[in-house]
Design a protein around this ligand. Sequence first.
Ligand code: C2E
Ligand code: MG
Ligand code: MG
Length: 354
Amino acid sequence: GDRGMVGRLGGDEFKVVLPGRWDRPKLGVLADAIIATLSQPYHIEEAQVVIGASVGIALCPDDATSRDALVRNADLALYAAKDAGRGVHRFYSSDMHAEAEDRRQLEDDLRTALADGGLELVYQPLVGAKNGKIVGFETLLRWNHPARGPVSPALFVPIAEDAGLIGPLGEWVLRTACAVAAQWPSSIRIAVNVSPIQFSNPAFPGIVMNALASSALAPQRLELEITESCFINEGEKTDQMFAQLKAIGVRLALDDFGTGYSSLGYLRKAPFDKIKIDQSFVRALEEGGSAHAIVKAITTLAAALDMETLAEGVETQELFDILRNDGCDMIQGYLISRPVPGTQVQNLLAFQHF
Ligand code: C2E
Ligand code: MG
Ligand code: MG
């Protein structure tokens, strides 16, 4: 309307400038209205498309008086909104500067760690639900920060993604994991997590082929774990990427299934070999309720689509038994083993042959 101005800042960022004095509650209501309006589904050709929005708010003169500072502070508030799970608004507060600085420092340290060999890989066994035998290992990144101690990949992988580091980082993981797995018995597979950013890079199939070739690992021993967020840009390019990866001969697993949109459409279309049921469902099984029915439905659906199922985060024998009875093919979790360094993989394998 005539209350303010809206402009595009670049990419998918927009700015709303409201002249005059606004009180915070009113601004909050307006921000929520903007989010709600943008979040309505859009109909494009035959498809229904949903996007979200987050809003960061900075006030003049409370938060800043210069144009640059005002924009920067609104941006910090926007980051806080995104961090809070998106779809919400946040007002700028001065401690956001400290957080941004902290994140920037972590980003620098991560760059150094990647260059200086400060990152490590650990491997967690994936076992058959029927016989408990190890069929493969999932590769998990570890960063022991020189000052902070262990930093979770759940924290630093998103930082690497924002900082444009995930390309080289992911390539290092892939190459190292393939080289390590090439030393294991040929029946044992290796799973590697792939960020949506790696997946959307047209050079990715080449990177995979290269890692396989230089380690002499058979393609069918490599399983790439992809999350549903890869489908955000669903379209020809995604289909092409799937086709190229399948042509190489690697296996594809859908990670964290059940946490996102869990659309049946892409399950039918994408050539997954395995569905990994997210830990949140496995945990919910203990509380009874609908989780049980959902897990059963997933395993039935997967079997009909000729895909395997694996349950993540299994910590108790009771859960193991429930999941096996519900038709899960594979189990991963602390009950079997926590992730171990590569040197201990042989021990785990030797132990199971007893
Ligand atoms: P994810 O791929 O779903 O990996 C499984 C996570 O569950 C791992 O956490 C693993 O240590 C943890 N976990 C396994 N069993 C249990 C259990 O019984 N109980 C509990 N509470 N947790 C269990 P981690 O290693 O902290 O990794 C977190 C996430 O970070 C991964 O989730 C994955 O999304 C990401 N990540 C890890 N390594 C890489 C990597 O090399 N590349 C990329 N792109 N992402 C990675
Ligand atoms: Mg995974
Ligand atoms: Mg997972």
